[in-house]
Structures are given as structure tokens and as C-alpha cells.
Design a protein. Structure first.
Length: 366
């Protein structure tokens, strides 16, 4: 960055490339200079947009509307206090411009308005790129509803809360406009900090009540025992832990996190899968293995949140020959009962696969 040192434009900074530099102000009469002046040059802004496409609230309620600048390097920064709002439709809502409460919406009367945002510094409008946002005001707040939440000890996750309106409608997320509390802080704590409102942290295993009180109306949530804190995951298990397939077949593996009390939960979508022999067995991010060629492989699941893997029970998968046919095991089912069908594939090497039921599509014939 460079800075104009004198004249009517003195102090104007021009950005040239991403980085940080120090700019100093100097007074020649007193020989004093500034002691700090770090200037951060960020990537250029491509467009600005609202955080949400639609906001729903009741009369006399508040909601935070946020505007972000999106940059060429893929990052974004909030610029709500820098923009000017344009509202198409009078008397339905008011929106604060500038200051600590910038972007605060207040519902005045029932109706729907379209809102645009203009950034005078960059000359950009939200409607120039992805469009404006819509704000709908209907009825008044009747109930505050906290979505039930289950976390593990040491884990932090944002709670979600909505309002039920007198019209039967549901508000946008109220997480930033409620006061949070838990009935038992020895089980879980919840944050009311500006940067992390509604962030719940598990302290010890147990069940407690998470309470949200809407700030403008004083209405509090009434649900009880809506927060469960489970013990930390101590080991990872893969099911099935052994599998025989034919070339070209696919099969879904599942990963489970096991706790000290013996309970476990499905963590398939949160682990990182790997195969020791991808020429024989490949696996995608959802746990589906693909038999590529005759051979064998060990499949591992790593859980980044705990740093654990299924070291004690990885899945061993073998691949026989090509598929020559499918065979369903004959079965009898009494009226009113249910039974799992079983199907195996005959392979060219003379072997049979394990049961392929979870991997196939099924059709019934009357």
C-alpha cells in the first residue's frame, strides 16, 4: 500500500497487493510520530449480498439483518454498518443504519417488503448480483421454540431457536436476539457473547433444559430436558468389519462412535475414510466402497473431532471374481410380520459374496 504524504489528499491510502504494512503519521513541528498504524490490504470485493434471502418476524420483534462483502480470494467480511438500506414498502419495518445496532430490523405492522443494500465506498448494490432480500411481518410472537440438541462432553455447537407467531407462521432463527441460559451449568453452558450467542458446550454427561428468552417481548421457551450431553466417544467401530464382494459391486460401510456407558452413535458422515489398497477397493466420503479389482484391502475411519480411528476394528474387504448372478435366499413371511430378505452374488471364482441387501434396490411383485 502507498499513502499520499501531503496536500489536500494527505492520508489517503491506495492498496496494491494483499498483505500488511505500517503507515506512520509524522508532525514535523513536534517531531512526534504515531506508534502504530498497521494497514491490512485485503482481496478485492466482487459483490455484496445479504446473509439470508428472507426474514420473518412478528410485530414489535427485532431481528439482525446482515450484509457481507464477498472477495476474490473466496473470503467474506461483514459490512452491515457501512451500507445504506433501501426499503420498497413503507411502514412495515424499520432498519437501523450505522452504529452498533446496524441492520436491526423492527417489525411495525403486517406486510412484506423488499430491501436492497448499497455500499457507497465501493459503489455496489446487493441487487446488482444475487438480488435483494425480503422481510415479512405477520402476527405477534406467541411461543419461543428451542430445537432439541444432543452434543458430547467438550463439544460446542450452536443452538437453534424459532418463534411461533399468532398467525401460525414461524420466524427466522432468533439465536442472536434471545438471552440464553441452562438449568444446570455442570452439565452444559451456553454463551450470550456477541460473537457466539447460543453456543452450547457440553461439560458432563446428562440431560438439562436450555432456555431462550426473546429480548423484545420477554417470552421464554417452555420445553424441558431439551439438551442432552453424551459422554465422549472413546472408540470407533466400523460395520461390517469384514466383507467379501465381487468386481464392480458397491457397499455402504458405517462408522459408529462408542462411549464408556456402552451407547454409540452413527458418525459415518463425520469420519475420513481411507483404503490401504485403492486398486482393489476405493471408498468415498459417505462410506460407500467400490470393488475395483480382485484383491483385498483394509478400510480405516478417522474421526477428526476426537483424533480417534478404528485401529482396533478396521474393515477387511476382499474382492473375488466378477459377478455371474444374484441369488435371493427363499423365505416365508407370516401375514402381519416382517423379515429381512437376503441376497448374495455368485462370482466367477466360485465364491459367493456376503449379503448385499443394503447395497441393492428392491422391487416387490404381488
Amino acid at each position: 500500500a502507498s499513502v499520499i504524504s501531503s496536500g489536500p489528499n494527505a492520508g489517503w491510502v491506495s492498496a496494491h497487493q494483499i498483505g500488511t504494512c505500517v503507515i506512520t503519521a509524522y508532525d514535523p513541528e513536534t517531531a512526534l510520530s504515531s506508534t502504530d498504524g498497521d494497514t491490512v490490504v485485503r482481496a478485492g470485493v466482487t459483490h455484496i449480498d445479504f446473509e439470508a434471502l428472507q426474514y420473518v418476524l412478528g410485530r414489535d420483534m427485532n431481528l439482525p439483518l446482515r450484509v457481507y462483502a464477498y472477495r476474490t480470494d473466496g473470503t467474506r467480511s461483514q459490512i452491515t454498518d457501512d451500507v445504506v438500506f433501501g426499503i420498497q414498502g413503507a411502514g412495515v419495518v424499520s432498519i437501523v443504519e450505522g452504529g452498533n445496532d446496524a441492520g436491526q430490523i423492527t417489525g411495525l405492522r403486517a406486510g412484506t417488503v423488499t430491501v436492497d443494500a448499497f455500499d457507497p465506498e465501493r459503489g455496489l448494490r446487493a441487487s446488482d448480483s444475487l438480488g435483494s432480500t425480503t422481510i415479512r411481518v405477520e402476527g405477534v410472537l406467541r411461543e419461543v421454540l428451542v430445537q432439541p440438541l444432543a452434543i458430547t462432553t467438550g463439544e460446542s455447537r450452536n443452538a437453534r431457536v424459532h418463534g411461533l407467531l399468532s398467525t401460525g407462521g414461524v420466524t427466522s432463527d432468533l439465536r442472536r436476539v434471545v438471552s440464553w441460559a441452562t438449568d444446570n451449568s455442570s452439565i452444559a453452558t451456553v454463551s450470550n457473547a456477541v460473537g457466539s450467542p447460543g453456543a452450547v458446550t457440553g461439560v458432563s454427561a446428562g440431560t438439562t433444559t436450555l432456555v431462550a428468552t426473546e429480548n423484545s417481548t420477554g417470552i421464554a421457551s417452555l420445553q424441558s430436558n431439551n439438551l442432552e450431553v453424551r459422554g465422549a466417544i472413546e472408540s470407533i467401530e466400523i460395520e461390517p468389519d469384514s466383507l467379501h464382494l465381487g468386481v464392480g459391486l458397491r457397499y455402504p460401510l458405517r462408522a459408529y462412535g462408542k462411549r464408556a456407558d456402552g451407547s454409540r452413535s452413527n458418525i459415518t458422515s463425520t469420519v475420513v475414510w481411507s483404503s490401504t489398497n485403492e486398486s482393489a477397493i476405493s471408498i468415498d466420503g459417505d462410506g460407500w466402497v467400490q470393488a475395483q479389482a480382485v484383491g483385498e484391502s483394509t478400510v480405516q475411519a478417522f474421526h477428526p473431532a476426537t483424533g480417534l480411528n478404528a485401529s482396533g476394528s478396521p474393515a477387511r474387504i476382499t474382492v473375488g471374481g466378477t459377478v455371474e448372478g444374484l441369488e435371493i435366499t427363499p423365505m416365508r413371511v407370516d401375514i402381519g410380520n416382517q423379515r429381512k430378505a437376503k441376497v448374495r452374488a455368485r462370482l466367477s471364482d466360485g465364491s459367493e459374496t456376503d449379503d448385499l441387501r443394503p447395497a441393492l434396490e428392491w422391487r416387490g411383485v404381488g
